[in-house]
Design a protein around this ligand. Structure first.
Ligand code: BG6
Ligand code: MG
Length: 221
């Protein structure tokens, strides 16, 4: 039996737009100010995880008190907000707008499920926010990715079950979260998304029918 797909759920950073460089530059500035080594490779480990978990991974076990942790996260957020101001509608990644329009025209519900607390302002800057029937972000649940909570919360807002939804993710933490929740998964990009049901390089030129065929066919479901 083929699953009835009623919703597409998108991660934001790395799927709808590429903000990884902004996160990197913001953490880099902070890490230089506080004297902690931080490289582009280190930045890859922050893909998909919360601001707090990002700081933990940057610290690599260095102890800091809670007030300092908060101050550092606030400082990084201040730097990130500067970059956020520069985001324009053209910064949606290739193929995203077309796929959203096509899916919406077919009656497929659309959601964003992002660990970021900046998801709404980013979607506003991209002029995409009105396309989505639900937005789960870093404020929606206590445990974000790789816990399944954010996807389950967002699916609840859409009134769909996990098997009725396909999650598009670029991060290992996001694929793990979606699989734990029981969702269909499409892994995008170059990070380790090998556990996804389907892998694609990006969404450029991707049509709804391609996605549905690829997700359903390999499982024989
Ligand atoms: C995710 C990014 O979408 O959001 C992570 O992939 C980031 O790199 C996380 O750390 C949290 O972002 P924010 O905007 O709440 O600091
Ligand atoms: Mg991502």
């Amino acid at each position: 039996m083929s699953p009835e797909i009623r919703a597409f759920m998108f991660d934001l950073d790395g799927v709808i737009t590429d903000t990884a460089e902004f996160h990197y530059q913001s953490w880099k500035r902070l890490s230089e100010e506080v004297g902690i080594p931080f490289t582009r490779d280190d930045n890859e480990m922050l893909r998909g995880v919360s601001r707090r978990e990002s700081l933990n991974r940057i610290l690599k076990g260095r102890p800091i008190d809670e007030a300092t942790a908060q101050e550092w996260m606030d400082r990084k957020q201040g730097y990130y907000l500067g970059f956020l101001e520069t985001i324009k509608p053209e910064d949606a990644l290739p193929g995203v707008r077309d796929l959203l329009n096509e899916a919406q025209g077919m009656g497929i519900k659309l959601a964003v499920a992002s660990a970021s607390r900046n998801a709404r302002p980013v979607l506003e800057k991209l002029e995409l926010i009105s396309m989505f029937d639900a937005i789960g972000d870093g404020y929606s649940v206590v445990h974000t990715k790789p816990a399944p909570d954010l996807f389950l919360w967002t699916a609840g807002r859409l009134d769909v079950t996990p098997l009725q939804a396909i999650v598009f993710e670029d991060a290992e933490a996001g694929i793990d979260a979606a699989l734990k929740g029981g969702f269909w998964t499409v892994g995008l990009g170059t990070a380790d998304v090998s556990r996804a049901h389907v892998r694609l390089p990006n969404l450029d030129g991707v049509r709804v029918a391609d996605v549905l065929a690829k997700v359903i066919a390999p499982t024989g479901a």
